[in-house]
Write a protein that binds this ligand. Sequence first.
Ligand code: PLP
Length: 385
Amino acid sequence: MVELSEREEELPDLEIGKLLQIAVERPEIISLGPGEPDFPAAKEIVTHTKKIADKVNHYSPPGGRKELKEAISKKLLKENKVEAHPSQIVVTCGSQEALLLATACTLDVSEHIILPNPSFMGFLPTFELFNAGPRFVELKEETGYAINPDDVKKAINKKKTKVLLINSPANPTGNVLTKKILEELADIAIENDLYIFSDEAYEKIIYDDAKHISIGSLNGMSEYTATFHSFSKTAAMCGYRVGYVAAPPKLADAIKDTHIYTTVCAPTISQMLALKSLKMGDKYVNKMIKEYDRRRRMLVPRLNEMGLSTPMPKGAFYAFSNISSFEKNSKRFVLKMIKKAKVAAVPGIDFGSAGEGHVRFSYATDYKLIEKALDRLEPFIKKYK
Ligand SMILES: Cc1ncc(COP(=O)(O)O)c(C=O)c1O
């Protein structure tokens, strides 16, 4: 039989897919695994889908539809203080495709990209697919899992490092980076001539006094920053597959050109719905945030009471718990949790080596189900052997 590529064979064998499959097949299991809103898309989006269904059978330009890029450009300026001409915006099939394209356009084989560990499981394999050289900066619980600029400096190889990836609000930790840290990272990027890939998929899902700041808005950073946004989380439109990147002109043009060889363009129907979503403003996302916040304030104290050390997340919809006083192996912990407590979540190892000894609990699940899951977890943890 013909062999598959080494590239494919070396992709990580993530637990999340298998675990979510178990949760689907066994309805008695409560899953705190999902990485997507449990809310439907807003009613207006669904109605609009039907209205435009007969007008969407054509490709769009690879960068995206003109009116959508114009609306995004205005949104970036108003909400993110990021200046990007519509020609610097590329609309993609989710922000994941934008990251893939930006990687293809910046990193040659074995050139380095620095990324946080733990971080979203979609990052590392994307860089490995291009045979880039990922370098990790370990995040620490004591700092609420904020990236430490001094550690970034130490990870830089003057000859090889080209990109620093940051993600705020963060998956899986819920960390939101402060202006001070972002400014220090900006200085590092300028001093070392690095691109910053700033993944802001959860930009609006923030709590308490946290503030989302786009690093691309800081002085001088527009030349260095590719900002990735998505309609998946903030508009509950994961399945529509639409996101975008705003990048300096040279990089944006390269991404646009490369897009022709991946998917040509984001689905036209999804682009039109993304425009509709931008026009709708923040009412729907604010409604979701209010409910996530209510769940967060119930879930996180209860996890801590059980002895699972869990910093209060400032953003996104995940609680990242340290389970290491019970079990070092997160996969073993989750498998036992599924078997004995009938609760599923994602083992921290899926987010990188520094995620080991942790579990990600998503609160993009109904409040009452989270309560029920916690009622099951309490006796499970007490008796954990
Ligand atoms: C941090 C982060 N970035 C990007 C994505 C991918 O989002 P999209 O649906 O826009 O491809 C996810 C999805 O879970 C994520 O958590």
